[in-house]
Design a protein around this ligand. Structure first.
Ligand SMILES: C[S@@+](CC[C@H](N)C(=O)[O-])C[C@H]1O[C@@H](n2cnc3c(N)ncnc32)[C@H](O)[C@@H]1O
Length: 377
């Protein structure tokens, strides 16, 4: 058994060296010298700015939240406005509105113009144009509340509100409220566009005849896949109350809709590729292992598994995966963000081979692992 009181590979010489370096870097005299010394002063300044950004990050998030909540980017779509005009429309005194707008300028969401006007910067316009972004930002008030005592949060002592936010993850299968299902599916479908784009830009569906999307919501990913592959047939598998909201579209005659629960029902056979898009991170290891096992059983030899979701960086932690999605899923309390290596390992244990992590263009949106069933076990 591992002794958790000490790092497992504790090498006294290395620990001693690392402690000496830490003490040197933290010493005020060293900091003062490094800030003056020509070869280090730029680095010290960059470090200082980056550190201050971390210190102030929660203010940045709240400025963003207020802007989006008040729909200021939408109001600026038609052109620049002054702080008093915006303040009037948002019922915020002009001088306080000016503080918010200037903060947004410093965050490169807005630009200030002549005669005290403010207009959208590129990133500000994205707040209007990127599907699902507004909804994503607004629902963060729940996570923000859950993180208000971060030490208690990491100790696991907070009854998180996010745990009640996504009803279908929590075993409510089959008895869900269609209205809640619709709100949930809508939020997912809106952000699905970018996930589908990025996934399909790195995954090849050449030779695939039928793609089954398990946990496919109301079919947004399948429709995107069918659009790129004109001969492809799709099977949409999700909880009955969720697939009930699948819209009729010109692609509907190429999609078979199948309601069921991957926890309780066998997955339908017949697809030569199965996708799991933003599914695994909602669930505990046992559920994930049994789902991947069920996917393996449902695929023919040569069949392909496509997994796409935000992943952690594994041995190289990344901002999006490790400082956001890992906390988000921890607050949800049913699943967890995993690295491509961890997901590959689960696939390997289920019998898959030719497992590859593909380089997706925007890891803050999604990362991709593919695997093949090369032989039956
Ligand atoms: C995070 S959403 C992802 C939806 C879609 N794949 C996407 O990326 O937009 C998780 C999906 O898994 C579905 N799901 C959860 N538990 C399920 C179960 N036991 N059986 C089938 N689907 C389930 C949910 O209804 C939901 O549509």
């Amino acid at each position: 058994m591992t002794d958790i009181s000490m790092p497992s590979k504790s090498d006294p010489a290395r620990r001693g060296l690392s402690a000496r370096i830490n003490r040197l870097l933290a010493a005020p005299a060293f900091q003062a010298w490094a800030a003056r010394f020509p070869l280090t002063r730029r680095m010290v300044r960059r470090d200082g700015e980056a550190l201050f950004d971390l210190v102030a990050g929660f203010c940045h998030s709240q400025v963003l939240m207020a802007l989006v909540d008040l729909r200021i980017p939408d109001m600026l779509m038609d052109g620049p406005m002054t702080a008093s005009a915006l303040g009037h429309r948002c019922r915020i005194p002009p001088d306080r509105m000016a503080v918010m707008l200037r903060a947004a300028v410093s965050m490169k969401l807005l630009k200030s113009g002549r005669q005290g006007t403010f207009r959208l910067a590129r990133k500000g316009a994205a707040l209007v144009g990127v599907p699902g972004l507004r909804e994503m930002i607004l629902h963060h008030s729940v996570l923000y509340g859950d993180l208000s005592d971060p030490v208690a949060f990491f100790r696991g002592e907070v009854e998180t509100q996010l745990a009640g936010f996504w009803p279908y993850v929590f075993g409510a299968d089959g008895q869900g409220d269609p209205d809640v299902a619709a709100t949930y599916s809508n939020l997912m479908a809106q952000s699905q566009l970018m996930v589908a784009q990025d996934t399909l830009s790195v995954v090849s569906l050449r030779g695939v005849k039928t793609l089954m999307d398990v946990g496919g919501g109301t079919g947004a990913f399948l429709r995107a896949a069918l659009q790129t592959s004109p001969k492809l047939h799709g099977v949409l598998f999700d909880l009955p109350e969720v697939v009930a909201g699948t819209p009729e579209t010109p692609l509907s005659d190429r999609i078979t809709v199948q309601g069921g629960s991957f926890r309780h029902d066998a997955l339908p056979k017949g697809a030569d590729a199965i996708s799991l898009i933003r599914i695994l991170y909602d669930h505990a290891d046992e559920t994930v292992a049994s789902l991947i096992g069920a996917v393996y059983a449902a695929l023919p030899t040569g069949g392909k598994l496509i997994i796409s979701e935000p992943m952690t960086g594994g041995d190289t932690p990344q901002r999006a995966g490790d400082a956001y999605f890992a906390l988000y899923t921890m607050a949800m309390r049913t699943g967890k963000a995993r690295s491509a290596a961890e997901i590959s390992d689960i696939c390997h244990k289920a019998g898959f081979s030719q497992i590859r992590a593909l380089k997706a263009p925007r890891p803050f949106i999604t990362s991709v692992v593919v695997a093949t069933k090369t032989a039956t076990i």
